[in-house]
Design a protein around this ligand. Structure first.
Ligand code: SAM
Length: 206
């Protein structure tokens, strides 16, 4: 199944239903195409990170800040993954993902809310932060992730090393007595106005 093709069709339908015309469409897409050369490296690395994150997850998965849900669906289609819950505070992306829903898989569900405040009824074997933590103080997110994690479960972070994110995750792990079982540099690209290293980090709750 080509998830991205489904995405494209649904996005176009949503765009038209919301009153978007041809001119708006070309303007919107054109602005992305014009910036593509400078974003190419970053996009390539983000794609690689998505593959690597998908390799790491198992059981019940929580995708925090799922955004467009591409990674959420990708993980939900993986063997060994029971189900994935995608959480995002933006209503429109959750609505969009739910519209695609069962057409991709029944193993993914999407919930709108602020991860730091919302209640969750279940615990997870894997909690994923893909390209989310660099914009925030990571500690409250990591703390909440440990609370919703099963014993032996893992927090998987794929991101660019912005605002000392990697160092802060290491310090958090030391402080909480949890183990970093994987930490790899995935590449370098211009992101947020500077050359940054991208990394994958896996923290295990014993
Ligand atoms: C840069 S996007 C990353 C999307 C996706 N994970 C990816 O890899 O492409 C960050 C997403 O995190 C969401 N987000 C930020 N803070 C959040 C919070 N406290 N609770 C839930 N979602 C949050 C934003 O709404 C946004 O959709």
């Amino acid at each position: 199944m080509n998830i991205l093709k489904l995405y494209y069709e649904e996005a176009l339908r949503t765009f038209r239903e919301s009153g978007g015309g041809e001119e708006d469409f070309y303007w919107l897409v054109g602005s992305l195409l014009a910036r593509y050369p400078s974003y190419r490296e970053e996009l390539e690395i983000r794609k690689r990170l998505m593959e690597m994150i998908t390799d790491e997850v198992k059981g019940k998965v929580l995708d925090v800040g799922c955004g467009t849900g591409v990674l959420t669906f990708k993980m939900a289609l993986k063997n060994g993954v029971e189900m994935v819950v995608g959480v995002d505070r933006k209503e429109e992306v959750i609505e969009f993902c739910n519209r695609l829903g069962d057409r991709v898989t029944k193993n993914a569900k999407f919930v709108q809310g602020n991860f730091l405040e919302m209640g969750l009824d279940e615990k997870f074997d894997s909690v994923v932060f893909s390209y989310v933590l660099h914009d925030f103080e990571p500690e409250p997110f990591l703390e909440r992730a440990l609370e919703v994690l099963e014993e032996g479960g893992r927090v998987i972070v794929g991101d660019f090393d912005i605002n000392d994110l990697r160092k802060r995750i290491r310090e958090f792990a030391r402080w909480k007595g949890v183990k970093i079982v994987k930490g790899v540099t995935v590449g370098r690209a211009e992101s947020h106005g500077d050359l940054r290293e991208a990394f994958l980090m896996v923290v295990e709750r014993l």
